[in-house]
Design a protein around this ligand. Structure first.
Ligand code: MN
Length: 222
Protein backbone atom coordinates (compact mmCIF):
# COMPACT_ATOMS: atom_id res chain seq x y z
CA UNK A 1 0.00 0.00 0.00
CA UNK A 2 1.48 3.33 -1.01
CA UNK A 3 1.47 6.34 1.28
CA UNK A 4 -1.40 8.31 -0.23
CA UNK A 5 -3.64 5.25 -0.27
CA UNK A 6 -2.79 4.58 3.34
CA UNK A 7 -3.68 8.15 4.27
CA UNK A 8 -6.90 7.87 2.30
CA UNK A 9 -7.84 4.68 4.12
CA UNK A 10 -7.04 6.17 7.51
CA UNK A 11 -9.14 9.25 6.78
CA UNK A 12 -12.05 7.07 5.74
CA UNK A 13 -11.77 4.93 8.85
CA UNK A 14 -12.01 8.02 11.02
CA UNK A 15 -14.93 9.27 8.97
CA UNK A 16 -13.40 12.28 7.26
CA UNK A 17 -14.03 11.39 3.67
CA UNK A 18 -17.78 11.56 3.48
CA UNK A 19 -19.30 13.90 0.97
CA UNK A 20 -21.05 16.81 2.60
CA UNK A 21 -23.92 19.08 1.67
CA UNK A 22 -22.32 22.37 0.59
CA UNK A 23 -23.82 25.63 1.82
CA UNK A 24 -25.77 27.76 -0.64
CA UNK A 25 -23.65 30.82 0.01
CA UNK A 26 -26.84 32.90 0.37
CA UNK A 27 -30.09 32.73 2.31
CA UNK A 28 -33.04 30.52 1.39
CA UNK A 29 -35.13 33.61 0.67
CA UNK A 30 -32.44 35.36 -1.41
CA UNK A 31 -33.97 34.46 -4.77
CA UNK A 32 -37.52 35.51 -3.94
CA UNK A 33 -39.89 36.12 -5.58
CA UNK A 34 -38.46 34.12 -8.48
CA UNK A 35 -37.65 31.00 -6.47
CA UNK A 36 -39.28 31.05 -3.07
CA UNK A 37 -37.85 30.15 0.32
CA UNK A 38 -39.85 26.95 0.77
CA UNK A 39 -38.72 25.62 -2.59
CA UNK A 40 -35.08 26.43 -1.88
CA UNK A 41 -35.24 24.89 1.61
CA UNK A 42 -36.80 21.64 0.42
CA UNK A 43 -34.54 21.46 -2.59
CA UNK A 44 -31.32 22.03 -0.68
CA UNK A 45 -32.03 20.50 2.73
CA UNK A 46 -34.05 17.49 1.59
CA UNK A 47 -33.35 16.66 -2.05
CA UNK A 48 -29.68 17.57 -2.28
CA UNK A 49 -29.05 16.10 1.18
CA UNK A 50 -30.59 12.81 0.03
CA UNK A 51 -28.23 12.62 -2.95
CA UNK A 52 -25.29 13.20 -0.60
CA UNK A 53 -26.50 10.59 1.90
CA UNK A 54 -27.23 8.00 -0.77
CA UNK A 55 -23.86 8.61 -2.43
CA UNK A 56 -22.08 8.17 0.91
CA UNK A 57 -24.01 4.96 1.54
CA UNK A 58 -23.10 3.64 -1.91
CA UNK A 59 -19.42 4.49 -1.46
CA UNK A 60 -19.20 3.12 2.07
CA UNK A 61 -16.26 0.72 2.18
CA UNK A 62 -15.07 1.70 -1.31
CA UNK A 63 -12.20 3.81 -0.12
CA UNK A 64 -10.54 4.21 -3.52
CA UNK A 65 -13.60 6.16 -4.69
CA UNK A 66 -14.71 7.78 -1.47
CA UNK A 67 -11.59 9.92 -1.24
CA UNK A 68 -12.16 11.53 -4.64
CA UNK A 69 -13.77 14.84 -5.42
CA UNK A 70 -17.29 14.58 -6.77
CA UNK A 71 -16.40 16.15 -10.12
CA UNK A 72 -13.65 13.56 -10.59
CA UNK A 73 -15.97 10.70 -9.68
CA UNK A 74 -18.66 11.87 -12.11
CA UNK A 75 -16.12 12.60 -14.88
CA UNK A 76 -14.71 9.11 -14.45
CA UNK A 77 -18.01 7.26 -14.19
CA UNK A 78 -16.88 4.75 -16.83
CA UNK A 79 -14.18 3.57 -14.41
CA UNK A 80 -16.58 3.03 -11.49
CA UNK A 81 -17.16 -0.69 -10.76
CA UNK A 82 -20.34 -2.04 -12.37
CA UNK A 83 -22.04 -2.85 -9.07
CA UNK A 84 -21.72 0.79 -7.98
CA UNK A 85 -22.18 2.53 -11.29
CA UNK A 86 -25.94 3.10 -11.20
CA UNK A 87 -25.90 4.49 -7.65
CA UNK A 88 -22.94 6.74 -8.40
CA UNK A 89 -24.52 7.88 -11.66
CA UNK A 90 -27.76 8.87 -9.91
CA UNK A 91 -26.63 10.11 -6.50
CA UNK A 92 -23.14 11.26 -7.45
CA UNK A 93 -24.64 13.04 -10.43
CA UNK A 94 -27.29 14.56 -8.18
CA UNK A 95 -24.66 15.81 -5.75
CA UNK A 96 -22.49 17.24 -8.52
CA UNK A 97 -25.35 18.85 -10.42
CA UNK A 98 -26.90 20.52 -7.38
CA UNK A 99 -23.53 21.72 -6.03
CA UNK A 100 -23.01 23.36 -9.42
CA UNK A 101 -26.56 24.73 -9.62
CA UNK A 102 -26.59 26.68 -6.33
CA UNK A 103 -23.54 28.63 -7.46
CA UNK A 104 -25.03 29.82 -10.74
CA UNK A 105 -27.96 31.45 -8.94
CA UNK A 106 -28.05 35.07 -7.79
CA UNK A 107 -30.67 37.75 -7.98
CA UNK A 108 -29.93 41.01 -9.77
CA UNK A 109 -26.91 39.92 -11.77
CA UNK A 110 -26.46 41.03 -15.38
CA UNK A 111 -24.16 39.53 -18.02
CA UNK A 112 -21.08 41.53 -18.92
CA UNK A 113 -19.92 42.17 -22.46
CA UNK A 114 -17.47 39.26 -22.69
CA UNK A 115 -20.17 36.73 -21.81
CA UNK A 116 -22.62 38.37 -24.19
CA UNK A 117 -20.01 38.22 -26.94
CA UNK A 118 -19.46 34.51 -26.43
CA UNK A 119 -23.19 33.82 -26.42
CA UNK A 120 -23.54 35.88 -29.58
CA UNK A 121 -20.69 33.98 -31.25
CA UNK A 122 -22.36 30.64 -30.56
CA UNK A 123 -26.06 31.46 -30.87
CA UNK A 124 -26.29 34.64 -32.93
CA UNK A 125 -27.77 36.76 -30.14
CA UNK A 126 -28.61 36.64 -26.45
CA UNK A 127 -32.28 36.30 -27.34
CA UNK A 128 -31.57 33.33 -29.56
CA UNK A 129 -29.57 31.69 -26.74
CA UNK A 130 -32.39 32.29 -24.27
CA UNK A 131 -35.00 31.01 -26.73
CA UNK A 132 -33.06 27.83 -27.47
CA UNK A 133 -32.27 27.17 -23.81
CA UNK A 134 -35.90 27.78 -22.78
CA UNK A 135 -37.23 25.61 -25.57
CA UNK A 136 -34.98 22.74 -24.49
CA UNK A 137 -36.14 23.15 -20.88
CA UNK A 138 -39.82 23.26 -21.83
CA UNK A 139 -39.46 20.28 -24.12
CA UNK A 140 -37.61 18.02 -21.72
CA UNK A 141 -39.92 15.10 -21.03
CA UNK A 142 -39.71 13.85 -17.46
CA UNK A 143 -36.83 14.78 -15.17
CA UNK A 144 -33.49 16.18 -16.15
CA UNK A 145 -31.31 19.20 -16.67
CA UNK A 146 -30.63 21.74 -19.38
CA UNK A 147 -27.08 22.99 -19.68
CA UNK A 148 -24.95 25.53 -21.41
CA UNK A 149 -21.70 23.64 -21.94
CA UNK A 150 -18.27 24.47 -23.28
CA UNK A 151 -17.44 22.19 -26.15
CA UNK A 152 -13.99 23.25 -27.32
CA UNK A 153 -14.40 26.81 -28.62
CA UNK A 154 -18.18 26.65 -28.92
CA UNK A 155 -20.95 26.96 -26.39
CA UNK A 156 -23.75 24.48 -26.82
CA UNK A 157 -27.06 23.68 -25.21
CA UNK A 158 -27.27 20.18 -23.86
CA UNK A 159 -29.98 18.17 -22.15
CA UNK A 160 -29.27 15.38 -19.67
CA UNK A 161 -31.80 12.91 -18.29
CA UNK A 162 -32.31 12.24 -14.59
CA UNK A 163 -29.10 13.24 -12.78
CA UNK A 164 -26.67 12.58 -15.60
CA UNK A 165 -23.85 15.11 -15.71
CA UNK A 166 -22.31 16.71 -18.81
CA UNK A 167 -18.95 15.88 -17.20
CA UNK A 168 -19.53 12.18 -17.78
CA UNK A 169 -19.48 12.76 -21.54
CA UNK A 170 -16.57 15.21 -21.41
CA UNK A 171 -18.54 18.46 -21.62
CA UNK A 172 -17.87 21.27 -19.16
CA UNK A 173 -20.98 22.90 -17.66
CA UNK A 174 -21.10 26.69 -17.73
CA UNK A 175 -24.75 27.13 -16.71
CA UNK A 176 -27.38 24.60 -15.71
CA UNK A 177 -31.09 24.50 -14.96
CA UNK A 178 -32.73 21.82 -12.83
CA UNK A 179 -35.96 20.86 -14.59
CA UNK A 180 -37.04 18.19 -12.10
CA UNK A 181 -40.49 18.96 -10.74
CA UNK A 182 -39.02 19.11 -7.22
CA UNK A 183 -37.17 22.26 -8.34
CA UNK A 184 -40.34 24.25 -8.97
CA UNK A 185 -43.55 22.39 -8.14
CA UNK A 186 -44.18 23.93 -4.70
CA UNK A 187 -44.24 27.40 -6.21
CA UNK A 188 -45.17 26.94 -9.85
CA UNK A 189 -47.05 23.61 -9.86
CA UNK A 190 -47.30 22.55 -13.52
CA UNK A 191 -46.28 25.96 -14.89
CA UNK A 192 -42.79 24.99 -15.96
CA UNK A 193 -42.48 27.83 -18.51
CA UNK A 194 -42.95 30.40 -15.69
CA UNK A 195 -40.19 28.72 -13.68
CA UNK A 196 -37.88 28.83 -16.71
CA UNK A 197 -38.64 32.53 -17.21
CA UNK A 198 -37.99 33.15 -13.49
CA UNK A 199 -34.67 31.31 -13.71
CA UNK A 200 -33.45 33.92 -16.19
CA UNK A 201 -33.96 36.53 -13.43
CA UNK A 202 -31.65 34.72 -11.03
CA UNK A 203 -28.67 33.67 -13.12
CA UNK A 204 -25.36 34.53 -11.49
CA UNK A 205 -23.62 35.90 -14.58
CA UNK A 206 -20.39 36.55 -12.76
CA UNK A 207 -20.20 32.86 -11.93
CA UNK A 208 -21.09 31.98 -15.52
CA UNK A 209 -18.19 34.17 -16.68
CA UNK A 210 -15.86 32.33 -14.27
CA UNK A 211 -17.13 28.99 -15.53
CA UNK A 212 -16.55 30.12 -19.10
CA UNK A 213 -13.01 31.15 -18.27
CA UNK A 214 -12.27 27.80 -16.63
CA UNK A 215 -14.09 25.92 -19.38
CA UNK A 216 -11.98 27.56 -22.06
CA UNK A 217 -8.95 26.01 -20.35
CA UNK A 218 -10.63 22.64 -20.06
CA UNK A 219 -11.05 22.95 -16.32
CA UNK A 220 -14.10 22.00 -14.33
CA UNK A 221 -15.86 24.41 -12.01
CA UNK A 222 -18.05 22.95 -9.30
MN1 MN B 1 -33.00 19.23 -7.94
Amino acid sequence: MIGSERTSLMLEVIGMEKHELPGLGYGYAALEPYIDMETMKMHHMKHHQAYVDNLNAALDGHWRLSGKKIEDIVSGLAKVPENLKEAVRNHGGGHANHSFFWKVLEKGSVPESDVLEKLKDSFGSFKSFKDQFSKAAKGLFGSGWVWLVADRERLKIMVTRNQDSPLTVGKIPVLGLDVWEHAYYLQYQNRRPEYIEAFFKVINWERVAENLEKGSKGKVAI
